[in-house]
Design a protein around this ligand. Structure first.
Ligand SMILES: Nc1ncnc2c1ncn2[C@@H]1O[C@H](COP(=O)(O)OP(=O)(O)OP(=O)(O)O)[C@@H](O)[C@H]1O
Length: 355
């Protein structure tokens, strides 16, 4: 008789009841209609609640979040420039790193001080920016590794092989179901190392779902995924929400954020600097500043003919537009004139401004 507590199939009824409670688009919009678009805003039915969490590396405060609530059953996008602290926050909340200060809980249960596998058992799982598939194991075995609390791990059970054999079967069955869900079943016996970047992201999601989590945290699930697989990945993320799970995901692409998020949290320099619906995001000055700020030190790129390309071309276009507007407003674009450094004054190389 399978042990309901430890079985990976423990909760087909839990799964069904959670899916039955999944919110449709109108219900989700109604939930956020009354939520203030500001950092730390209270949510109608939060599952994750974070308070005063901070993490310092040397002199750098990588995370310093006063208060954050994540709404149950919805997709929350976490954005912010490089180095904003998004991955560090994920690491802290899932037990992969320890904070200097702070507490956080899921449905009132404290998760601080727990190890990653304990956090996973409580129902919070995560994937990584760089996928962690074990390339020398098969795709199926990689997914099977996501199962926790296996009876076969306990010493007493080594004397009761029928108990772990039954569980082995359940683990394999669940892994095969998940591979089918993510359309990787044809690859079950291939080595994980042979998968494309996008397929590895799917494999990570399948593995994360082995513990039947309530909260799934995805760190840049679209990074390195070819465009053909992007839509399919987006569909899979939405399907987690349709199954009643809460999703938090880190993403840089604003189109993706707008497409699938119900709510967006913006981080910069370790703190939450804004929260809003995706529709209101581009009207938020703090968000625009955070992103422009991150591009100030971006390297300039030119093609072989010396024409600006990529972000540099966009910047050049924006500057040209600003110049035209300045001239139209009667402004003067002439630069202050400089003379060559005066080297006759005892070696001072300071340029002199001419009026
Ligand atoms: N283990 C570490 N040791 C030292 N500094 C670290 C460590 N982990 C992160 N940092 C620093 O903390 C800051 C936040 O990094 P983090 O990776 O969390 O940002 P991020 O928002 O996820 O960035 P990205 O979008 O580039 O992934 C950065 O300045 C980073 O260099």
């Amino acid at each position: 008789m399978p042990d309901a507590k430890n079985s990976p199939n423990k909760n087909s009824s839990t799964l069904e009841s959670r899916a039955a409670k999944a919110l449709d688009a109108d219900q989700r919009a109604a939930l956020f209609a009354g939520v203030a678009g500001e950092p730390g805003s209270p949510k109608p039915d939060p599952t994750l609640v974070v308070d005063g969490i901070s993490r310092t590396f040397g002199g750098l405060k990588a995370v310093d979040v006063a208060h954050l609530e994540i709404q149950r059953g919805c997709i929350t996008g976490l954005i912010g420039p490089n180095g904003a602290g998004k991955t560090t926050l994920f690491n802290l909340l899932t037990g992969f790193d320890r904070p200097d200060t702070g507490t956080w809980s899921m449905d009132g249960q404290e998760l601080g001080k727990m190890h990653p596998h304990q956090v996973a058992r409580k129902g919070v799982v995560r994937t990584f920016q760089l996928t962690k598939a074990l390339s020398k194991l098969t795709v199926l075995d990689n997914v099977r590794l996501g199962a926790t609390g296996q009876r076969g791990e306990k010493i007493l059970n080594t004397f009761l092989p029928w108990t772990w054999k039954a569980q082995e079967r359940e683990v394999t069955e669940r892994a095969n179901e998940l591979l089918a869900r993510f359309k990787l079943d044809a690859k079950a016996d291939d080595l994980a190392g042979s998968l494309s970047g996008g397929q590895r992201k799917l494999l990570e999601m399948a593995r994360a779902l082995m513990t039947d989590p309530s909260v799934v945290m995805l760190d840049e699930p679209m990074a390195g995924v070819n465009p053909a697989l992007t839509q399919s990945l987006l569909g899979h993320i939405k399907s987690l929400r349709d199954d009643g799970m809460t999703v938090v995901f880190v993403e840089h692409d604003m189109d993706v954020i707008r497409d699938i998020s119900d709510w967006v949290v913006v981080m910069a320099q370790g703190s939450v600097i804004a929260e809003s619906t995706p529709e209101e995001l581009s009207n938020n000055g703090a968000v625009v500043d955070a992103y422009l700020g991150s591009h100030h030190d971006q390297a300039l790129e030119f093609d072989a003919d010396g024409n600006p390309v990529g972000a540099t071309a966009e910047l050049a276009e924006a500057l040209k537009k600003a110049e035209v507007e300045e001239l139209a407003a009667g402004g003067d674009l002439s630069e202050p004139e400089f003379v060559k450094p005066d080297t006759t004054d005892g070696g001072s190389h300071r340029a002199k401004e001419v009026n």
